[in-house]
Design a protein around this ligand. Structure first.
Ligand SMILES: Cc1cc2nc3c(=O)[nH]c(=O)nc-3n(C[C@H](O)[C@H](O)[C@H](O)COP(=O)(O)OP(=O)(O)OC[C@H]3O[C@@H](n4cnc5c(N)ncnc54)[C@H](O)[C@@H]3O)c2cc1C
Length: 381
């Protein structure tokens, strides 16, 4: 196998959090990095919550200050302190573990397009090339490299290809056909960002059966509203999504939820996605092709950690490529380090969804699983 020092050209498929984190980390190592993103824009219009070691990851990537500036950060408190019942009264809760008081925020909320923009600017500043509106259509490994075919019949050569192409990763299916089956949890997520919101208390509005509406202030006069509903897994068009979202928020009587619901217009964008999960055991590579981020591990928002795991993946990959001489060993060590940690996160989400969807469990019991996972995920990546 080749030496890590022989890896000069790296091609990353997908400019999500995993792809951009890997781009920054590998550009810092002096690699010639190209990121290919099929969409003509970075990220969709929803919020992301960064918890546990996420702020450390952002700091290591060199973007923490800007993310804090453009988002909404909390210090020495848990995001899960503010829990209400569906009528809007505060619920007593056992406190969630948070990072020690070390000067970094305990959590950050940020509009996803802002975070993507910050990360892509950092990657570009370090010399990476990001190409939007171009898809990878095939990847063929040969003796000493990989030939990558892009849409518009262009081919490029790379020494290492990283599939950061999301939970439905075509690259993973090509390299590891049938190895991963994503399991649908029975719950469909729905997300909305409201500009100039009415006044109200942020937090988690939770029914006794763990139906939940999350409302978070993102700064910049934006509020993020997320919920989910138990249903079959199928494609939902925008007009149905708006109706469904109204219907689900209508199950809550909290005045703030009602006030926000009243402002939904038929043209609002509701981001709908099934909550699925999978976690791929090591290895995550075959030869010179590696998968990272949601391609290797995907989960729900229940512990706000899928994006943080994706950011951590990029950093740990950089660490292993920097210290290991042999490429195969570096990639194997990388996946072994990551797969166990991502299993903790994925499994917590799986348990929480199961308790919620199949057992209509009390929020206290669902919260216990989150608490356990947070203790693990607060340790160093
Ligand atoms: C409802 C919901 C809420 C969530 N909330 C949080 C949260 O608060 N905090 C948190 O940490 N995590 C959260 N997550 C998880 C988080 O969003 C994901 O784990 C994370 O975005 C995964 O990043 P990624 O880069 O691996 O994949 P993606 O973000 O899916 O990026 C993959 C990219 O690859 C591109 N691509 C795919 N195929 C090709 C191709 N052939 N050629 C070129 N480009 C291609 C896609 O267009 C896409 O841009 C949430 C998830 C859901 C469903």
């Amino acid at each position: 196998m080749s030496a890590t020092t022989d890896i000069k050209k790296v091609l990353i498929v997908g400019a999500g959090l995993a792809g951009l984190s890997a781009a920054i980390s590998l550009a810092k190592l002096g690699k010639e990095v190209t990121v290919i993103e099929q969409s003509d824009h970075l990220a969709y219009g929803a919020s992301i919550t960064i918890v546990n070691r996420g702020p450390d990851a952002l700091q290591e990537l060199g973007v923490l200050d800007e993310v804090v500036e453009q988002g909404f950060a909390g210090w020495n408190k848990s995001l899960y302190d503010d829990i209400f019942d569906d009528a809007g009264s505060r619920r007593p809760i056992s406190p969630m573990p948070i990072r020690e008081d070390d000067g970094l925020p305990s959590y950050i909320l940020i509009y996803r397009p802002y975070l993507a923009d910050i990360l892509s600017r950092k990657a570009t500043e370090l010399g990476a090339t990001i190409r939007l509106g171009v898809a990878v259509t095939s990847v063929v490994e040969h003796g000493d490299g990989v030939t990558v075919t892009l849409s518009a019949d262009e081919t490029v050569e790379a020494d290492l290809v990283i599939g950061a192409d999301g939970w439905r990763s075509a690259l993973r299916e090509q390299v590891f056909p049938g190895r991963i089956t994503s399991t649908y949890s029975g719950n469909m997520s729905m997300r909305w960002v409201k500009r100039n919101p009415p006044p109200g208390a942020d937090g988690f509005y939770i029914t006794d059966q763990s139906g939940v509406v999350v409302i978070h202030n993102l700064g910049s006069d934006m509020v993020y509203i997320a919920t989910g509903t138990d249903m079959e897994n199928r494609h939902i068009e925008q007009d149905e999504a708006v109706e469904l979202f109204r219907e689900v928020l209508g199950r809550f009587s909290a005045p703030y939820v009602r006030a926000l619901r009243d402002t939904i217009t038929d043209d609002d964008e509701i981001v709908v996605r099934p909550y699925v999960y999978h976690n791929m055991p090591a290895p995550w590579h075959l030869g010179r092709i590696l998968v990272i981020g949601d391609a290797a591990h995907t989960m729900s928002a229940h512990i706000a950690s899928g994006g943080v795991m994706a950011l951590e993946d990029g950093i740990v990959l950089g660490q292993e490529l920097a210290i290991e001489e042999d490429l195969g060993t570096a990639l194997l060590r990388f996946a072994r380090r990551r797969a166990q940690r991502t299993f903790v996160a994925v499994d917590a989400c799986r348990q929480m969804l199961d308790l919620q969807v199949n057992y209509q469990a009390h929020p206290r019991d669902v919260g216990r699983v989150r608490e356990h996972a947070f203790r693990e995920l607060l340790t160093a990546y």
